[in-house]
Design a protein around this ligand. Structure first.
Ligand code: GUN
Length: 298
């Protein structure tokens, strides 16, 4: 039976460390401020955004949500993002994705100043990460790495097979794992919906990361005995026996895979809480940079 990569406990430890840095910033006169833009009324996004604001406020970050109607125009949305970019009291800006139909995410993300892009999605930050000199790493990939490191799972020299090539997870995770140093130095393979022989490739992974958004994509026969399995998926499935008639599952067939893996993340309580913790870490980093980190970290 696999050991659990406990995202809930690990995220709590990260938040405790961040709270100390927030306290020091506040003593030095800077209140870290994060603004999350939520456009439209997607119920899942509403929950994610609420959780982000709550977690921020719990450690002393001024976490705000700016709720905008799905009918907002591209021009108006870009203007709102630029306004926040120009506001010196705002250290971090996050535009919750996906945006409602008709709005161009790429163009909106490009309106965030890279120094406030705590989501790490601006092309400047993506490029810096890909070239090996990261400023802000996207929160979910950073959370996966932090979770492994804090459980003592070795990454360097091992083969990580990532299933999913999204800009939010798969691609930036490969970039992070290729960085030099103990948190990187991995051999990486990125698979996707057009990959041939997916099962054969996944079986070669010392570490397997599933980031597809489809339940049961990774089954036990695809996992080498003793491999480490990180499940990024969050899927709501019908379950008449569950409270409310549905429950959350990842992309991994959890019960069967847990029998063969050495480590596995639960869903919920695995990568999810780590994503939020990394968002807070990026926000604190942005505020420290703004305040002059030499002053507050000495
Ligand atoms: N939607 C799902 N995950 C994320 C994320 O990490 N950042 C943003 N901006 N939107 C998301």
């Amino acid at each position: 039976m696999a050991n659990i990569l406990d995202g809930k406990a690990t995220a709590a430890a990260v938040r405790d460390e961040l709270k100390e840095r927030v306290d020091r910033l506040r003593e030095a006169g800077t209140v870290p401020r994060l603004v999350v833009l939520l456009v439209g009324e997607d119920p899942a996004s509403q929950v994610y955004v609420r959780n982000k604001g709550k977690a921020a406020r719990k450690i002393g970050i001024d976490g705000e949500t700016l709720e905008l109607p799905a009918t907002i125009s591209q021009t108006e949305l870009e203007a709102r993002v630029r306004e926040l970019g120009d506001d010196p009291s705002v250290h971090g800006i996050l535009v919750q994705l996906p945006l409602p139909k008709g709005l161009d995410e790429e163009r909106v993300v490009r309106c965030i100043p890279p120094s406030k892009d705590v989501d790490g999605l601006h092309p400047v930050n993506v490029g810096d990460l890909a070239r090996g000199t990261p400023a802000f790493a996207p929160c979910t990939p950073a959370g996966c790495v932090e979770l492994l490191v804090r459980h003592g799972v070795e990454i360097a020299g091992r083969h990580v097979v990532i299933v999913g090539r999204s800009n939010l997870v798969g691609r930036p995770l490969a970039s992070l794992l290729l960085l030099k140093g103990a948190r990187g130095d991995a051999s990486t393979t990125v698979c996707h919906s057009r990959s041939r022989n997916l099962a054969d490739i996944v079986r070669q992974g010392d570490i397997v990361v599933a980031a597809v958004g489809r339940p049961n994509t990774i089954t036990a026969d695809m996992v080498r005995p003793g491999a480490v399995v990180v499940d990024v998926g969050i899927n709501r499935i019908d379950d008449p026996s569950a409270k409310g008639g549905s429950r959350l599952v990842g992309d991994v067939d959890y019960d069967a895979v847990a029998d063969v893996a050495s480590w596995i993340t639960p869903v919920p309580g695995g990568v999810g809480p780590m994503t939020i913790a990394m968002l807070l870490a990026n926000t604190v980093q942005a505020a420290e940079a703004h305040a002059g980190s030499a002053l507050v970290r000495s």
